[in-house]
Design a protein around this ligand. Structure first.
Ligand SMILES: [Fe+2]
Length: 235
């Protein structure tokens, strides 16, 4: 039997530390003992396959899911999902969720004193195409307070969830906006030690995908783990 090819582990410094004391929740969540590296098996190098029929045609356009247009600055968010070797991640589910333009989520736990928008639920889904490209139309989210420390405000951000081809490539991350003054005050953004990795969370304003009269364009490419170059010897 052929040995299984696992996926690469993240390079040191490119992922947020589990324990980052300025981010209060990490104190409760971080492992207290050294991690144990477990070899990838079939459970990790395979994953769920989602059929396109599971999502509504309007799921990629968060401005058309209500009875009317949501309030706020309309934007497009698009990019490519690639693996570490530059290969497109094809026909793969990409999901987003975000606050509305006033900085409030449609969720019962969010009691921020800001208005809900009856025409915006803040949830989107789409699939990458054959080139790994995806595109959402949405509203620029507002900043919101989060009580992590005195006068704490999250920078504007959009949450992303990706599966890729296997559970080992699953990624939940956040996209930020260029020039946001809150970035350097945000302990979640600053929890990534590597400067280049940290900056990869910031989308780029993109004139080429800005739609005249309609929406500013932002580009956000996402890199998922690549396969190991040589077969792993262990199961
Ligand atoms: Fe958030």
């Amino acid at each position: 039997m052929q040995p299984l090819r696992g996926y690469r582990r993240p390079a040191p410094g490119t992922q947020p530390e589990y324990l980052h004391p300025p981010y209060g929740s990490s104190l409760k969540r971080a492992p207290t003992q050294a991690l144990i590296s477990i070899p990838h098996t079939l459970s990790e190098i395979t994953g769920p396959i989602f059929r396109k029929e599971i999502i509504d045609a309007r799921a990629c356009d968060l401005t058309r899911q209500g009875k009317g247009a949501p309030l706020g600055e309309r934007i497009t968010v698009s990019g490519r999902v690639l693996d570490e070797d530059g290969r497109p991640v094809r026909e793969s589910l990409v999901e987003i969720w975000q606050a509305n333009s006033a900085g409030r989520y449609l969720h019962k736990i969010d009691q921020h004193d800001a208005p809900l928008d009856p025409n915006f639920n803040g949830v989107g889904q789409t699939f990458t195409n054959d080139e790994g490209r995806y595109r959402f139309v949405t509203i620029r989210p507002g900043a919101y307070p989060w009580r992590n420390h005195a006068n704490a405000w999250r920078p504007q951000h959009i949450h992303f969830s990706l599966f890729g081809p296997a559970f080992a490539t699953r990624l939940v991350t956040q996209m930020y906006f260029p020039g946001d003054p809150l970035l350097e005050l945000d302990p979640i953004f600053k929890s990534v030690p590597d400067e280049a990795a940290k900056n990869s969370f910031i989308s780029k304003f993109d004139w080429a995908t800005t739609t005249p009269e309609i929406a500013l364009g932002f580009q956000f490419d996402i890199i998922l783990s690549g396969r190991n170059a040589t077969p792993m010897e262990e199961w």
